[in-house]
Write a protein that binds this ligand. Structure first.
Ligand code: AHR
Length: 323
């Protein structure tokens, strides 16, 4: 009888211990993970969605995500990383606002033994200073935009307005490189003005308003915007000037946010290249795999495709519901 009671106690108590350990070790690395994430800011709808998704993914996996919004300031990001180091987090995820100036802080994280994952935009720092980078291929996005425009204008003269993203960010630099790589083969295609709107909708509108005054609007064949938000700002400016965006002036941009699908469904935009906001999952997978002792590739690509008006209404309905 005493033996039976002891046996039952061991089974019950042992079960409780296993349950508690399991709750603490949610991802198979021996403990509950705490990860610091320094986000660029909230300059665009894409960024806001990326933030929403990464927080949801962390919660789903039982990861304690320390989230800091840097409001587009590298200084804030460096302070955030120092804070994460002081908190002895298990890993850091950095979405860098610009490419340069990260070596010192990445050295500090490395010296503290904390792996860093670069997410979305790139850094110029030595690859040995971070674990991996999870991102799309921005050069490819620019090439795709230009290739679409080349076939849409089919050898006609095409003067292009370029709305650039944040100067110094790899997203802006690489998209520009990709676009120019392709249009150099089409002598009739030419970027006549290029201005940075920092990926912000209101800036896209203001810049386009001023370009429509300084250039002859009927000479402008297309707007190539480094993101959808700036494209939507430009669409408003074109409409305010009494012209038809999507027809008088073609619109091509990057991100695939719900509002651009609405614009395409309304005939006011022509193409968008998708930038997936689902970057957090692969970043968490890489960190967990690394902590389990596996080798991690230096680049984990995330892909997206180009969308046109034909599927825009359906995509708008679907994406509006998800966000
Ligand atoms: O770095 C990616 C870019 O940043 C997105 O295309 C833009 O919307 C965001 O602000």
């Amino acid at each position: 009888m005493r033996f039976l009671r002891t046996f039952i106690l061991i089974v019950l108590f042992g079960g409780m211990v296993v349950a508690v350990v399991h709750a603490q070790d949610n991802v198979g690395v021996g403990k509950k993970l705490t990860i610091g994430f320094s986000q660029v800011g909230s300059e665009s709808d894409w960024r806001t969605e990326f933030t929403r998704v990464i927080k949801a993914e962390a919660q789903e996996r039982g990861i304690n995500l320390l989230f800091l919004n840097a409001e587009n300031s590298q200084k804030n990001q460096i302070n955030a990383i120092r804070y994460f180091i002081a908190q002895h987090v298990d890993a850091i995820i950095l979405a860098p606002v610009i490419e340069t100036g990260w070596d010192q802080i990445l050295h500090e994280a490395k010296d503290a033994g904390i792996p860093v994952v670069i997410i979305d935009r790139n850094v110029t720092a030595d690859e040995s200073l971070y674990l991996t980078r999870v991102s799309s291929d921005f050069v490819y996005e620019g090439r795709l935009a230009a290739a679409w425009l080349a076939q849409a204008t089919a050898g006609r003269k095409c003067e292009i307005v370029e709305l650039e993203g944040t100067v110094g960010s790899s997203a802006a630099r690489d998209r520009q490189i990709g676009f120019n790589d392709v249009i150099k083969y089409f002598p009739d295609m030419q970027v006549i003005v290029s201005q940075s709107g920092d990926f912000i909708r209101e800036n896209g509108k203001k810049i386009m308003e001023s370009i429509l005054k300084t250039e002859n609007p009927s000479d402008i064949c297309a707007v190539w915007a480094h993101n959808d938000d700036m494209a939507i700002g430009a669409i408003q400016a074109i409409k305010d000037a009494g012209m038809k965006p999507g027809k008088d002036i073609l619109i091509v941009s990057v991100d695939a946010i719900p509002d651009i699908f609405k614009a395409m469904a309304d005939g006011e935009a022509n193409a968008t290249i998708e930038l997936s906001p689902y970057l957090g999952g692969p970043a968490f997978d890489a960190i967990i795999s690394y902590l389990q002792g596996h080798e991690i590739p230096k680049w984990i690509p995330v892909t997206g495709k180009i969308y046109f008006p034909d599927t825009a209404a359906a995509e708008y309905a679907k994406r509006k519901q998800q966000s």
